[in-house]
Write a protein that binds this ligand. Structure first.
Ligand SMILES: CSC[C@H]1O[C@@H](n2cnc3c(O)ncnc32)[C@H](O)[C@@H]1O
Ligand SMILES: [Zn+2]
Length: 429
């Protein structure tokens, strides 16, 4: 389908410059074909009048556990270890493919409705997560979580290999597959080394939780005599593309290792606050030139998938923590939520910014709202004033997934009904 977006304000990135200009956009077969003057010869199937709308790259949520929408508001006000071992891990063995499918689809509806066009998920039943992503036509990276400690059975690599063979670069390259060691504290060194070999063989990356809590760091020193970052570095894990979620408790030496090894840090400000894990040293890492991207974590530790909350918090929290109101300015938060996510996932040649030749993964924000008036500065407006419900239209790979806030690929009433039934089956009140 060819789409003509007429008269929008458009958010552009040019290296470190972030700016808004009024330019028409033409999309041909999923690709941004023209920006600005559209040739009279351009034939389109769909005209979108974007007067009073702002077009920006779709948000990229780089660390999710999508099926955990089923556990929303089920385990709150607990520290990470109790949250995992007393509430979440006891209930996860009751999940089935069907339950996971509905939970994932609910999360995907929430992603689309808050302007997220791409996710990076870590969960079991990754095949089912991929099926839901395929059905909804959203872009996403998946991995089957691998544990060999704290679980009865060591997960084998067959599932990951099958997942890779079935899904990697499938659906017009909307779906990619990573290797998913859960964390340094749930995977033994030998097991991590085997995963590294697999990642090298399959030429893909690693998605892992890292240095999330003080307990994790203390346990690592007790067990290995070194920090979790140093431990993974010594195992050679950072030889492949690594996406490390959280990275809250880091020494200066850890930060240097992350920088020297091009580790991508997936920043989860709300989840880090809610589980009382603390504040990741984002300003220090940005100063070093580490690629920071943004994420929500799961609906069980957040308790939603609203990236606009994370964007605002990324700016506010780091000002509060450092006592410096100039750090993580609005434009930086917008980069962290879009192009930096694409860089982390290795797809910045395809998505993450509005550029000719890139895939049309874009969202339209309705500016005709009282809390968005007057419009002094559209970049500040996007970070400090916009709400997820202001997202009007969402396009992924040239497919319209939401128009005037109506989902086109998901029957939301059916999904919500099924999720409620599944949640009642899982959790007896
Ligand atoms: C079974 S797949 C993924 C695994 O990770 C657990 N999880 C969710 N959020 C976090 C987090 O913030 N830190 C560590 N582990 C987390 C989830 O419950 C699953 O068991
Ligand atoms: Zn997580």
């Amino acid at each position: 389908m060819n789409i003509f977006i007429k008269n929008p304000s458009v958010l552009f990135f040019d290296k470190e410059k972030v700016f808004v200009e009024n330019k028409d956009i033409a999309i041909e077969n999923g690709i941004i074909k023209y920006i600005g003057k559209i040739p009279d010869s351009f034939q389109y199937d769909k005209l979108i009048d974007a007067t009073d709308k702002l077009v920006m790259p779709g948000l990229i949520n780089t660390h999710t556990h999508l099926p955990m929408s089923l556990f929303r508001n089920f385990a709150d006000d607990l520290p990470l270890w109790e949250w995992l071992t007393e509430k979440v891990w006891p209930i996860e063995p009751k999940l089935t493919e069907e339950i996971v499918y509905w939970g994932t689809l609910l999360s995907i509806a929430e992603l689309i409705m808050s302007g997220i066009t791409c996710f990076n998920d870590m969960y079991n039943f990754a095949n089912t997560v991929a099926s839901a992503a395929k059905d909804a036509k959203i872009r996403g990276c998946i991995c089957e979580t691998l544990f060999d400690k704290t679980r009865k059975h060591k997960s084998n690599f067959k599932e990951t290999r099958d997942l890779y063979n079935k899904w990697h670069q499938s659906n017009n390259d909307r779906i990619r597959v990573f290797i998913g060691p859960h964390a340094p504290y749930t995977c033994s060194p030998d097991y991590i080394e085997e995963m590294l070999l697999l990642a090298k063989e399959l030429n893909t990356g690693i998605h892992i939780h890292l240095s999330e809590s003080i307990k994790e760091v203390q346990d690592s020193f007790n067990m290995y005599g070194k920090s979790p970052v140093q431990h993974l570095y010594d195992l050679g894990l950072f030889d492949v593309r690594t996406l490390a979620a959280h990275c809250v408790h880091l020494s200066d030496e850890d930060i240097q290792i992350l920088k020297e090894n091009n580790v991508n840090v997936l920043y989860n400000p709300v989840s880090n606050l809610k589980l009382a894990n603390g504040f990741a040293p984002i300003v220090k890492m940005l100063e070093k030139g580490i690629n920071i991207s943004l994420a929500t974590d799961s609906s069980c530790s957040n308790n939603n998938l609203n990236m606009f909350e994370e964007i605002k918090l990324a700016s506010l929290l780091n000002k509060g923590v450092t006592g410096d109101s100039t750090v993580v300015p609005a434009k930086k938060s917008l980069q962290i939520a879009t192009i930096n996510g694409a860089k982390a996932l290795g797809i910045d040649d395809k998505v993450g910014s509005i550029e000719i030749g890139k895939c049309a993964d874009i969202i339209l924000i309705d500016l005709n709202k009282p809390h968005l008036c007057p419009r002094h500065n559209l970049i500040s407006l996007l970070v400090y004033s916009v709400q997820a419900s202001d997202v009007d239209t969402v396009i992924v790979d040239g497919n319209i997934l939401m128009e005037n806030r109506k989902l086109t690929t998901i029957d939301l009433d059916t999904v919500m009904k099924n999720v409620q039934l599944c949640a009642e089956k899982l959790i007896k009140y």
